[in-house]
Design a protein around this ligand. Structure first.
Ligand SMILES: *Cc1c(COP(=O)(O)O)cnc(C)c1O
Length: 388
C-alpha cells in the first residue's frame, strides 16, 4: 500500500485532496515523498505565516516543548501571559480568550455577544446579522452563521438566531438591524467567499448603525488578521476597531490556536465557568504565537508585506488571462477570463507550485516572509499556466 492508499483506508474522506504527500518544508518551499519541490503560495490556507520551519519560530517552540508542553487552565503560565500582553498591545484590545481554531474563536464571539446583550437587555435580543457569502466555520453554530445556502444541508436542525444581510447593501442592513439584534459579524474581506473586499461605505454604515443601538460589531479576521493584509488587522485599513475580533489561521505560525479579542466593554462578559477549552492557550501554541508577533513587530515587516503585494498585482494584471485581481496585501484573488480556477490549481501542482482557490478565483495566501525571487519564480509558473 502506498501512503495515499494507507491514508484513505482509515482517514475519513471529508476533503477533496490533491494527490500530494507532503514530507518536508523549508522556508517557502516544500518537498513531497518523491523529492519533488514546490513553491508555496498557500501557507496551508494562510497558516504558516512565517513559512515552513522558520528558525526563530522553531527555537521558541522547541524551548517551550522542552520545558512545559501543557497545563490545564486551572493554573497560570508565563508564556500565555506574555502572548496575551503582546497580542493586546499590537491590536489595541483589552482582553483575549484563547482556543484552538477559527470556528472556536467565532463560537466564543457569538457567546460573548449574546451574553453581553442578555446581561444588559434580557431575553429576545439574541439575533446576529451575518453577510451573504460569508464563511465563519464548520461547527453547527458557525455553519449556521455562515451565509451560504450550500452549507445549510444534512446537519439539521441548525442554530437559530442568524439573519443574513447582503454584503454592501446598506438598505438591507437598515431593514434587518432591528431590536432583536445583538451583533453584526463580518469579514472585511470575504475569504472563502471569493476574496471580496467590503465597500468602505458599507463598513462605515455597519459601525454607525451598531453604535446607535449598542449592537456589537464582530470582525472575523481569522483569514485577514495577523499581518496578512499589510496591517496587523484588516480593520486598520478601514480605520475601524470592532468590539470583538476573532483570529486563528496564521496566529501561531502553524500550531493550532484561535483567539477572541474584545475591547474593555466586553472584557467581563465571560465570567468564571461560562466558557472554557481544555487546550486553549496551550503553552506551545503561545510560544509559536510569540515568535510570530515578534517577527511582525520588527521594523518594516508589515510594510514589506504591502510591497510584495504590489509585485503580485503588477505582474498578475499584465497577464492576458487575468480579468481582475482582488484582495489586500498578501490575500489575493485572481478572477480568470476563460479558465477554471480548479484546473489552474491542479496544473500548478504538476509544475511545482501550490495555490488555493476560492469559488471561481485562484486564491493566493503566500507566507508573509516570501522573497521577491520566490514571488517571481512562482508567478512565472502560474502565468504560464494561465496563458497556456
Ligand atoms: C478559516 C476560517 C474560519 C474557520 O477556521 P477553522 O480554524 O477552520 O475553524 C472562520 N472564518 C474565516 C473567515 C476563515 O477564513
Amino acid at each position: 500500500m502506498n501512503t495515499i492508499e494507507k491514508f484513505d483506508k482509515h482517514v475519513m474522506h471529508s476533503y477533496g485532496r490533491y494527490p500530494l504527500v507532503m514530507q518536508k518544508g523549508d522556508g517557502r518551499k516544500c518537498t513531497d515523498e518523491n523529492g519533488k519541490e514546490y513553491i508555496d503560495f498557500g501557507s496551508g490556507i494562510g497558516v504558516n505565516s512565517l513559512g515552513f520551519c522558520d528558525e526563530k519560530w522553531v527555537d521558541k517552540v522547541c524551548e517551550q516543548v522542552k520545558s512545559l508542553q501543557h497545563t490545564s487552565n486551572y493554573y497560570y503560565t508565563g508564556v500565555q501571559a506574555d502572548f496575551a500582553g503582546k497580542l493586546c498591545e499590537m491590536t489595541g484590545y483589552d482582553s483575549v480568550f484563547f482556543c484552538n481554531s477559527g470556528a472556536e474563536a467565532n463560537e466564543c464571539a457569538i457567546k460573548i455577544a449574546r451574553k453581553y446583550s442578555f446581561d444588559k437587555y434580557g431575553k429576545n435580543r439574541h439575533n446576529i446579522i451575518t453577510l451573504v457569502n460569508s464563511f465563519h466555520g464548520r461547527t453547527i453554530a458557525t455553519l449556521s452563521a455562515t451565509g451560504q445556502e450550500v452549507f445549510h444541508n444534512y446537519f439539521f436542525p441548525f442554530v437559530e438566531g442568524f439573519i443574513n444581510v447582503e454584503a454592501n447593501n446598506i438598505d438591507d442592513l437598515k431593514e434587518k438591524l432591528d431590536d432583536t439584534v445583538c451583533a453584526v459579524m463580518m469579514e472585511y474581506i470575504q475569504g472563502e467567499g471569493g476574496v471580496n473586499v467590503l465597500d468602505k461605505d458599507f463598513v462605515n454604515a455597519v459601525y454607525e448603525l451598531c453604535a446607535k443601538k449598542d449592537v456589537l460589531v464582530i470582525a472575523d479576521e481569522i483569514q485577514t488578521g495577523v499581518g496578512r493584509t499589510g496591517k496587523f488587522l484588516a480593520g486598520e485599513h478601514f480605520c475601524k476597531k470592532a468590539d470583538i475580533t476573532t483570529l486563528a489561521k496564521g496566529i501561531a505560525g502553524g500550531i493550532p490556536m484561535g483567539a477572541c479579542l474584545t475591547t474593555e466593554k466586553c472584557s467581563n462578559v465571560l465570567s468564571a465557568g461560562t466558557h472554557g477549552s481544555t487546550f486553549g492557550g496551550n503553552p506551545i501554541a503561545c510560544a509559536g504565537g510569540l515568535a510570530v508577533l515578534e517577527r511582525l513587530s520588527e521594523e518594516n515587516f508589515l510594510e514589506s508585506v504591502s510591497e510584495k503585494a504590489k509585485t503580485f498585482t503588477e505582474k498578475l494584471s499584465q497577464c492576458s488571462e487575468v480579468k481582475s485581481v482582488s484582495g489586500m496585501g498578501l490575500m489575493i484573488g485572481i478572477e480568470l477570463k476563460t479558465k477554471k480556477s480548479a484546473d489552474v490549481a491542479r496544473k500548478a501542482l504538476d509544475k511545482g507550485l501550490l495555490v488555493l482557490t476560492a469559488k471561481n478565483k485562484v486564491r493566493l495566501l503566500p507566507p508573509l516572509t516570501i522573497s521577491e525571487q520566490e514571488i517571481g519564480d512562482g508567478l512565472e509558473i502560474l502565468i504560464d499556466i494561465m496563458e497556456e
